[in-house]
Design a protein around this ligand. Structure first.
Ligand code: 5GP
Ligand code: ZN
Length: 114
Protein backbone atom coordinates (compact mmCIF):
# COMPACT_ATOMS: atom_id res chain seq x y z
CA UNK A 1 0.00 0.00 0.00
CA UNK A 2 2.00 2.93 -1.34
CA UNK A 3 -0.05 5.69 0.26
CA UNK A 4 -0.49 4.06 3.69
CA UNK A 5 1.19 6.06 6.46
CA UNK A 6 1.68 3.00 8.69
CA UNK A 7 3.24 0.99 5.83
CA UNK A 8 5.63 3.90 5.43
CA UNK A 9 6.43 3.79 9.15
CA UNK A 10 7.06 0.02 8.86
CA UNK A 11 9.48 0.69 5.97
CA UNK A 12 11.12 3.56 7.95
CA UNK A 13 10.17 6.01 5.21
CA UNK A 14 8.31 8.06 7.82
CA UNK A 15 9.88 8.46 11.28
CA UNK A 16 8.24 7.10 14.41
CA UNK A 17 9.35 6.36 17.97
CA UNK A 18 9.62 2.59 17.84
CA UNK A 19 9.34 0.63 21.06
CA UNK A 20 9.26 -2.87 19.54
CA UNK A 21 9.96 -4.64 16.27
CA UNK A 22 10.11 -8.24 15.11
CA UNK A 23 9.61 -9.96 11.76
CA UNK A 24 5.80 -9.56 11.84
CA UNK A 25 4.96 -6.72 14.23
CA UNK A 26 6.03 -3.19 15.11
CA UNK A 27 4.96 -0.94 17.98
CA UNK A 28 5.53 2.78 18.19
CA UNK A 29 4.33 5.81 20.14
CA UNK A 30 1.15 7.50 18.95
CA UNK A 31 1.93 10.94 17.53
CA UNK A 32 -1.04 12.44 19.39
CA UNK A 33 -1.13 10.63 22.74
CA UNK A 34 -4.43 10.38 24.60
CA UNK A 35 -2.82 8.96 27.75
CA UNK A 36 0.62 8.94 29.43
CA UNK A 37 1.23 5.61 27.65
CA UNK A 38 -0.23 5.47 24.14
CA UNK A 39 1.32 2.94 21.81
CA UNK A 40 0.19 1.60 18.44
CA UNK A 41 0.83 -2.08 17.78
CA UNK A 42 0.50 -3.10 14.14
CA UNK A 43 1.23 -6.02 11.84
CA UNK A 44 3.91 -5.20 9.27
CA UNK A 45 1.68 -6.66 6.61
CA UNK A 46 -1.06 -4.32 5.41
CA UNK A 47 -4.58 -5.24 6.54
CA UNK A 48 -7.06 -2.39 6.06
CA UNK A 49 -8.93 -3.25 9.26
CA UNK A 50 -9.84 -6.06 11.63
CA UNK A 51 -12.44 -7.09 9.03
CA UNK A 52 -9.63 -8.57 6.91
CA UNK A 53 -8.50 -10.85 9.72
CA UNK A 54 -9.62 -14.45 9.48
CA UNK A 55 -9.02 -17.74 11.25
CA UNK A 56 -5.79 -18.16 9.29
CA UNK A 57 -4.42 -15.09 11.09
CA UNK A 58 -4.88 -16.56 14.56
CA UNK A 59 -1.16 -16.82 15.27
CA UNK A 60 -0.60 -13.22 14.20
CA UNK A 61 -3.31 -12.01 16.61
CA UNK A 62 -1.87 -14.16 19.37
CA UNK A 63 1.56 -12.60 18.75
CA UNK A 64 0.09 -9.09 18.73
CA UNK A 65 -1.67 -9.60 22.06
CA UNK A 66 1.41 -11.25 23.57
CA UNK A 67 3.39 -8.19 22.44
CA UNK A 68 0.85 -5.81 23.95
CA UNK A 69 1.01 -7.59 27.31
CA UNK A 70 4.80 -7.59 27.19
CA UNK A 71 4.87 -3.88 26.36
CA UNK A 72 2.49 -3.18 29.26
CA UNK A 73 5.06 -4.82 31.54
CA UNK A 74 7.92 -2.84 30.01
CA UNK A 75 5.95 0.42 30.36
CA UNK A 76 5.28 -0.49 34.01
CA UNK A 77 1.49 -0.37 33.68
CA UNK A 78 0.81 -4.12 33.79
CA UNK A 79 -0.32 -4.11 37.42
CA UNK A 80 -2.38 -0.89 37.34
CA UNK A 81 -4.15 -1.88 34.13
CA UNK A 82 -4.50 -0.73 30.58
CA UNK A 83 -6.89 -0.49 27.67
CA UNK A 84 -6.51 -2.15 24.27
CA UNK A 85 -8.55 -0.48 21.51
CA UNK A 86 -9.22 -1.37 17.92
CA UNK A 87 -11.28 1.15 15.95
CA UNK A 88 -12.96 -0.27 12.84
CA UNK A 89 -14.68 1.76 10.14
CA UNK A 90 -16.16 5.25 10.24
CA UNK A 91 -18.53 4.79 13.18
CA UNK A 92 -15.76 2.98 15.04
CA UNK A 93 -13.54 6.04 14.69
CA UNK A 94 -10.90 4.45 12.44
CA UNK A 95 -8.79 7.16 10.78
CA UNK A 96 -5.79 5.14 9.55
CA UNK A 97 -6.70 2.27 7.23
CA UNK A 98 -3.96 -0.12 8.40
CA UNK A 99 -4.92 -2.51 11.19
CA UNK A 100 -3.65 -1.24 14.55
CA UNK A 101 -4.29 -1.72 18.24
CA UNK A 102 -3.98 1.13 20.71
CA UNK A 103 -2.40 0.42 24.10
CA UNK A 104 -3.56 3.16 26.45
CA UNK A 105 -2.49 3.41 30.09
CA UNK A 106 -1.15 5.60 32.86
CA UNK A 107 -4.46 7.18 33.87
CA UNK A 108 -7.97 6.06 34.82
CA UNK A 109 -9.88 5.25 31.62
CA UNK A 110 -13.51 6.31 31.24
CA UNK A 111 -16.37 4.04 30.22
CA UNK A 112 -18.40 4.18 28.06
CA UNK A 113 -16.23 5.86 25.42
CA UNK A 114 -17.61 8.97 23.72
P1 5GP B 1 -7.48 5.36 14.68
O1 5GP B 1 -8.29 6.62 14.89
O2 5GP B 1 -7.41 4.99 13.22
O3 5GP B 1 -7.90 4.22 15.55
O4 5GP B 1 -6.03 5.69 15.19
C1 5GP B 1 -5.02 6.24 14.40
C2 5GP B 1 -3.98 6.74 15.34
O5 5GP B 1 -2.79 6.93 14.60
C3 5GP B 1 -4.32 8.09 16.00
O6 5GP B 1 -4.29 7.93 17.41
C4 5GP B 1 -3.24 9.03 15.48
O7 5GP B 1 -2.81 9.95 16.47
C5 5GP B 1 -2.13 8.07 15.07
N1 5GP B 1 -1.31 8.54 13.97
C6 5GP B 1 -1.75 9.03 12.77
N2 5GP B 1 -0.71 9.33 11.98
C7 5GP B 1 0.40 9.02 12.69
C8 5GP B 1 1.81 9.12 12.38
O8 5GP B 1 2.22 9.55 11.31
N3 5GP B 1 2.67 8.70 13.35
C9 5GP B 1 2.24 8.21 14.54
N4 5GP B 1 3.17 7.83 15.44
N5 5GP B 1 0.93 8.10 14.86
C10 5GP B 1 0.03 8.50 13.94
ZN1 ZN C 1 -0.50 -0.11 5.48
Amino acid sequence: MDDCIFCKIVKKEVPAEFVYEDEKIVAFKDINPEAPVHLLIIPKEHYSSIKEIGREDGILLEDIFDTINQLAKEMDVYEDGYRIVNNCGDDGGQTVQHLHFHLLAGRQMQWPPG
